[in-house]
Design a protein around this ligand. Structure first.
Ligand code: 13P
Length: 254
């Protein structure tokens, strides 16, 4: 049985005051939760602060990006070693916002995956199709291509203790989540695609759904057999909504 993971991606939101309020509430709401792993990924400047706030809790620290280099003349970048030193464990890569606004390609993202694995960190690899690709029936082909970049570079074994987040771009921040059946079909495809190379790895890999997950739709999404939690944007900024999502995952996946 896979233990679900619900992760909050704060994106470019927050402040120290907000982080203090949100983390304090989350710690209270989520104390004693054991059926679901939980992580939050604040903006990089707040990582150290949030890590200290989380010190006595079961909530893990995540980050939203990493560079492929460990050190050197790469202005503005952050290395896997730095993230590790600060206490982050789950690192989002390949998010569609970075693919779009920073022109990150599959090969570069696969290199980030490699850097994270080499440093004992958990990659949270985001994949997913655009609205036009969805309408053109290319969802599976897009997801396969994004997965294959990692499989070609590192082999399917690299997905051991890694996370995949299926985030259809048309569902992100739109309030228009994929239906549970729609998401399940793609999650099943993702697992089967990896199983073609390594059935054991495919069975254990966590596949989160992301895209307008909220306190109202989470429980139904989690009833689907291949949906192992969620990567949550907007609703992760509200402690009560995020806690409802975590509790839904813990309950449904028991
Ligand atoms: P929303 O939950 O705001 O749609 O964002 C999803 C997302 O992009 C998480 O990485």
């Amino acid at each position: 049985m896979r233990k679900p993971l619900v992760m909050g991606n704060w994106k470019l939101n927050g402040s120290k005051t907000m982080a203090l309020d949100l983390v304090t509430s989350l710690k209270k709401e989520l104390a004693g939760i054991d059926g679901c792993d939980v992580a939050i990924a604040p903006p990089v400047v707040y990582l150290d602060y949030v890590q200290k706030l989380l010190a006595d809790s079961n909530i893990m620290l995540g980050a939203q990006n990493v560079d492929t280099h460990l050190s050197g003349a790469y202005t503005g970048d952050i290395s896997a070693e730095m993230l590790k030193e600060i206490g982050a464990t789950h690192i989002i890569i390949g998010h569609s916002e970075r693919r779009t606004y920073h022109a990150e390609c599959d090969k570069f993202i696969a290199q980030k995956f490699a850097t994270l694995k080499e440093n004992g960190l958990v990659p949270v690899l985001c994949i997913g199709e655009s609205e036009a690709e969805n309408e053109a029936g290319q969802t599976q082909a897009v997801c396969a291509k994004q997965l294959d970049a990692v499989i070609d570079l590192l082999g399917a074994k690299a997905f051991n203790n890694a996370v995949i987040a299926y985030e259809p771009i048309w569902a992100i921040g739109t309030g228009k989540s994929a239906t549970p059946a729609q998401a399940q079909a793609v999650h099943k495809f993702i697992r089967e695609h990896i199983a073609k190379v390594d059935a054991d790895i495919a069975q254990q890999v966590i596949i989160q759904y992301g895209g307008s997950v909220n306190d109202k739709n989470a429980a139904e999404l989690f009833t689907q057999p291949d949906i192992d939690g969620a990567l949550v944007g907007g609703a992760s900024l509200k402690a009560d909504a995020f806690a409802v999502i975590v509790k839904a995952a813990a309950k449904t996946k028991k």
